[in-house]
Design a protein around this ligand. Structure first.
Ligand code: SAJ
Length: 416
């Protein structure tokens, strides 16, 4: 059955779409990557990448030069279409599906009977049915499959991406996939496509369940991180070392407390639980509270550092790390960026930022008063206060004697 697919189009060449396109191309398919951003399209067509992800550069360069992956700003006819566009939220945490709707509008003119359409973007429950509606409205000549009902002229499936940034290529192949088919035949068709590169299992369900599975996974992690963050604050208030506390509690065979930190960043866990809260606000009390606890953490860290800085006449504060987690360059929703920004606004002192994965400060910090991007050695030499915000490998080996001379706020327990 897998030989039925020759040409696949991936709409959205971001953190998920580009690795997926490269993976399909590596496994013998002819792939067109589509993106509205002309600069992204040019970069990919040169065999280069615009995102940092281990091994991705080499894989993209290989498949582009072999003529198996090409990028364009407009979709072309294909056997299968994978939509991997952003699904952010608006100001009031209401999901913004406009990118999915635009993708549907863009691909509908080239849709043909027998095509497979897969939505991979993290989406609120009901989005795949909306997608069927948008496609059906644009192409009244094609029958869309009905949820649990009649098959249509196209196959429509929700299959959430579940890969961890920093391990994307490995997890794309290794992880199980959830296939939410509008009908069982739709899921079967998607299983044939993913079977080209997925070593994990393809588990079949309906789209609504698949949509909530993805949101539940990230909300589960968010709630567990919130527990760790709240426990960390309680321990600190009681004069107990949170890292020792959690390490000891985790020696229980059924306890696995996560790590407290400066807050939850990234474009997934800090966003997705709101899709659940928005769909059932009166029921999702724990998930909403977890979001509030995690969102409150950067402010609490900044307030603590500002309090310590007030003891110095001309404080120099080194902030180590800006990315949302260790050993990546992604600054999206990063709590570290929020903390440095708040310290600048409070004029807490001279702020020396160290980020081994950035060549310049992000725009919001570059404008802020008293913030400089410096190397680790310079920051360690000049700072009165060291604030560890990201547990990058490069920071683990800081000489403990240097730490003894400074006021240290270690939000990650790296120097515990
Ligand atoms: N964090 C903590 N303490 C912890 C673990 C994480 O403070 O014990 C923080 C991190 O520092 C970071 C944030 O949480 O700021 C999120 O990091 P993460 O590594 O937990 O997750 P992401 O956002 O990089 O990727 C998640 C993954 N979801 C789950 O593990 C359930 C990934 O599998 C998803 O594919 C991805 O979201 C996504 O795209 O949705």
């Amino acid at each position: 059955m897998s030989s039925e697919f020759q040409k696949v189009s991936v709409i959205g060449l971001g953190y998920i779409g580009l690795p997926t396109a490269a993976m399909l191309a590596t496994h013998g398919l002819q792939v067109l990557g589509v993106d509205v951003n002309a600069a992204t399209v040019e970069t990919v067509n040169r065999g280069q990448v615009h995102i940092v992800e281990p091994e991705l550069g080499a894989v993209v360069s290989g498949v582009v030069s072999a003529g198996r992956l090409r990028a364009a700003t407009q979709p072309e006819p294909a056997d299968a279409f994978i939509i991997a566009v952003p699904t952010p939220f608006r100001g009031n945490h209401e999901p913004d599906l406009s990118y999915v709707e635009s993708a549907a509008r863009a691909l509908s003119p080239v849709l043909a009977p027998g095509n497979l359409v897969i939505l991979e973007s993290t989406s609120p429950v009901g989005t795949t049915e909306k997608l069927a509606g948008w496609l059906g409205a644009a192409r009244p000549d094609l029958r869309m499959p009905r949820l649990g009902g009649e098959p249509g002229d196209i196959y429509l499936v929700y299959c959430p991406e579940r890969v961890l940034p920093g391990r994307v290529l490995h997890e794309l192949a290794a992880n199980d996939r959830i296939l939410g088919g509008m009908t069982p035949a739709c899921a079967e068709r998607a299983a044939a496509l993913y079977g080209r590169f997925v070593r994990g299992q393809c588990l079949v369900t309906d789209p609504r369940t698949a949509e909530l599975v993805k949101l539940a996974e990230n909300a589960f992690r968010d709630v567990n991180i919130a527990f760790a963050n709240e426990l960390g604050l309680i321990a600190e208030k009681l004069g107990i070392n949170p890292w020792e506390l959690i390490g000891l509690a985790n020696r229980h065979p059924r306890v696995r407390i996560l790590e407290p930190g400066p807050g939850v960043g990234g474009h997934c866990i800090a966003v997705d639980p709101w899709f659940i809260v928005h769909s059932a606000p009166e029921l999702a009390r724990l998930m909403r509270t977890a979001r509030e606890i995690n969102d409150g953490k950067p402010h609490q860290v900044a307030a603590k550092v500002a309090g310590l800085a007030a003891r110095f006449s001309q404080p120099v504060i080194a902030c180590l790390g800006l990315s949302y987690k260790a050993d990546i360059d992604d600054l999206r929703e990063s709590p570290a960026v929020l903390i440095v920004g708040e310290l600048a606004r409070r004029r807490a002192g001279r702020l020396l930022v160290v980020e081994p994965h950035a060549r310049e400060l992000p725009a919001e910090l570059a404008q802020a008063p008293g913030v400089e991007l410096v190397g680790l050695t310079e920051a360690l030499a000049q700072a009165d206060i060291l604030v560890l915000l990201v547990n990058h490998r490069a920071f683990a080996k800081v000489d403990r004697r240097v730490l003894m001379e400074k006021v240290v706020v270690d939000t990650r327990g790296l120097w515990r």
